[in-house]
Design a protein around this ligand. Structure first.
Ligand SMILES: [Fe+2]
Ligand SMILES: [Fe+2]
Length: 426
């Protein structure tokens, strides 16, 4: 008996025990030989792993083979790059080893002598001077946390609909039509919201063509959370592209939201949109640091590229607080619901036994998105992560390949809807 990821199961393998949905519905009996059709149905039902009788040696066979048969020079480069990216993680941790393998299996698919340099540059960025040190600006004084939060929260140009939604959710009597009416005043946000609800990410059977219907089918809490999330994505402008490419930034943020939502589905948690929006907003504090200290952040990125240290560890050294705490503080100042603020504020806190499941999932999703290279929010290193933190999700590590496969399909679609088209939205 071997539990393996659905992505590693190949047609012809035998099931060692029944395959059931999370709701307990029997899909396949024990002893059934798996077919391509079965795998398709299992994925539709969100099955992520199965007990395979003869699969102990077959996990990820074809992908593993392509890694084993890789040209030795390419293999060496891929291994070196993997070690560099995971230099801040403890390789004794089983989850770290799994994520490293997942990264290699992903990269090996299209790797050749022709594009190997391009792969390394994509992950490591431009060559930097190894002796460089971050230069603190002339007269630099550490910002005081509360003061920075208050000032930056006022400076942000949040759309009016954001503040109106915050008021609406305070009222216990707000109806679906009232919420829809408030959102509809912002054409760009309404349009993105409707496209989002109609995307494959939601998979509603029939078209949702009005905001009132969107609120009715997705729920008021979900729609108000999504509205706040989308509104915040519109408020960060003028970020210097040489420090951070905003398309990369939002791709990373959306990836964390998508992965967290997939993990949340597996845990059976209600209110999936909260973790999606938590993922979408988790790194906004980084944008605030860049807006406030562009030159210093640029230097810190150089420092990170030449030492095994992550950008958030550097932030703590330089400012005495990280972008996580800053982002959480901003959201709190904007009166966003408390659960969202703490998810954002704690996404880099390590081995915190008080973390809620939401926070645990955002933390895991961030590490998965970093490991697989979905976008970038500044840091080029994978943040530290432990087996203890993964165990807090209550999920099996076998789901990781399947999570990666599902997320990859959804991230680009959502990036187009939520961020990249917002200047053209009608
Ligand atoms: Fe972060
Ligand atoms: Fe992140």
């Amino acid at each position: 008996m071997t539990i393996i990821s659905i992505e590693d199961i190949e047609p012809g393998m035998l099931l060692a025990s029944e395959m059931r949905t999370r709701q307990g519905r029997l899909l396949l009996p024990s002893g059934a030989r798996v077919t391509q059709e079965h795998l398709k149905i299992a994925r539709i039902w969100g099955i992520t792993e199965a007990d395979i009788a003869d699969g102990s040696h077959a996990a990820g066979k074809s992908q593993q083979r392509s890694l084993e048969n890789l040209d030795p020079e390419l293999k060496k480069t891929l291994n070196t790059l993997t070690e560099w990216r995971f230099a801040c993680c403890d390789s004794e941790q089983a989850v770290v080893r799994r994520l490293k393998t997942l990264f290699k299996l992903q990269e090996v698919q299209n790797l050749s002598r022709k594009n190997v340099r391009e792969m390394v540059d994509r992950y490591r960025g431009p060559k930097v001077d190894a002796s460089a040190k971050p230069r603190l600006p002339e007269g630099f004084r550490r910002p005081e946390f509360d003061e920075m939060v208050r000032t930056q929260a006022k400076l942000a140009s949040l759309p009016d609909v954001f503040h109106e939604i915050v008021e609406v959710i305070k009222s216990p009597t707000s109806s679906a039509s009232h919420i829809a009416e408030v959102i509809s005043k912002d054409a760009s946000i309404s349009s993105r919201l409707l496209r989002l609800v109609n995307s494959s990410f939601y998979g509603f059977m029939s078209k949702v063509d009005t905001l009132t219907r969107a609120v009715a089918v997705a729920g008021t809490v979900e729609i108000t959370n999504l509205t706040m999330g989308i509104a915040v994505t519109s408020s960060f402008k003028d970020i210097p592209p040489e420090i951070i490419d905003m398309n990369d930034f939002w791709e990373h943020s959306i990836a964390v939201g998508v992965v967290a939502r997939i993990l949340a589905t597996q845990t059976g948690m209600p209110n999936l949109e909260k973790v999606f929006v938590g993922g979408l907003l988790h790194d906004i504090g980084r944008l605030t640091f860049i807006q406030s200290y562009p030159g210093l952040l640029k230097d810190m990125l150089v420092w990170e590229a030449t030492r095994p240290v992550t950008l958030h560890q550097l932030e703590k050294k330089v400012f005495d607080f990280t972008h996580a705490r800053l982002g959480g503080g901003l959201l709190e100042e904007w009166k966003v619901p408390e659960g969202l603020c703490s998810m954002v504020a704690n996404h880099h806190a390590q081995n915190n036994s008080k973390d809620t499941l939401d926070t645990v999932l955002i933390k895991a999703a961030d590490v998965i998105a970093h490991s697989l290279g979905y976008g970038r929010s500044g840091s080029r290193r994978v943040p530290p992560f432990t087996d203890y933190e993964w165990e807090n999700t209550g999920l099996s590590m076998n789901i990781l390949p399947s999570v990666a496969a599902q997320a990859g399909n959804q991230i680009r679609d959502l990036a187009r809807i939520i961020v990249m088209e917002h200047d053209h939205a009608v």
